[in-house]
Design a binder for this molecule. Sequence first.
Ligand SMILES: Nc1ncnc2c1ncn2[C@@H]1O[C@H](COP(=O)(O)OP(=O)(O)OP(=O)(O)O)[C@@H](O)[C@H]1O
Ligand SMILES: [Mg+2]
Length: 233
Amino acid sequence: MAIVGEKVIKEFGNPPTRVLHALDFRIDDGEFISISGRSGSGKSTLLYIISTLDKPTQGRVLIDGRDPSLMTTAEIHRFRNTSVGFIFQFHYLLPELSALENVLLGPRNMSIWKEKRAYAMELLDTFGVADQAHKLPAQMSGGQQQRVAIARALVMNPKYIFADEPTGNLDTINGERVMGILLDINKRLKTTICLVTHEPDYAKLANREIFLSDGHIVSTADPGESAPMTTPS
Ligand SMILES: Nc1ncnc2c1ncn2[C@@H]1O[C@H](COP(=O)(O)OP(=O)(O)OP(=O)(O)O)[C@@H](O)[C@H]1O
Ligand SMILES: [Mg+2]
């Protein structure tokens, strides 16, 4: 199965400015793709559309054959809660909740936090922040907060991870750590990962790199090992 974009156009404002120009793309299950390009080229806009947080102005996105903009509100919330993990440059942990409570937010919404508590602790441990579990975000370093945010994105074992510059605020060591975690999840759990980054070294670690220039896909190079074969559906 796959996420398929068909002539995806995005415009903002009035008169409309076109930010994405009829993009066709396909992201197969289990792929690790990077989205790169200069500032303002449309990376975040594309990621928001791929991840159901925003809708195309024209064209459509199909996730496993279904158009999210035609789902009911309940369906889309369920999809986001159970199938998608979001990681942003600014982590958006809730300031009044501890690290562990932040990780358990999604499970709490689904009324399964008791079942997930041990796994949440295991994730914090994997990322080296188990000792931060009962601290508030303001009492942790930026790198620790980011790792908590990644644990939160993973706790539901999502099918997809959408990450927008997750290493943007981190030093080299923590940036590499986060990249290592994403690569490991992709390999071990076959999680599909879409990573927006302007770090060429990180973009190259993906199976496939989608390079944007002024809202056009100018290449979908294969920087590393061969990407999975795509078959027309
Ligand atoms: N809500 C909005 N309203 C109007 N214009 C917008 C909006 N969001 C994005 N844009 C414009 O769309 C273009 C693409 O923005 P986008 O945020 O996707 O770029 P980006 O590639 O993620 O850049 P960066 O690397 O700086 O994060 C930019 O010219 C931006 O100003
Ligand atoms: Mg951006």
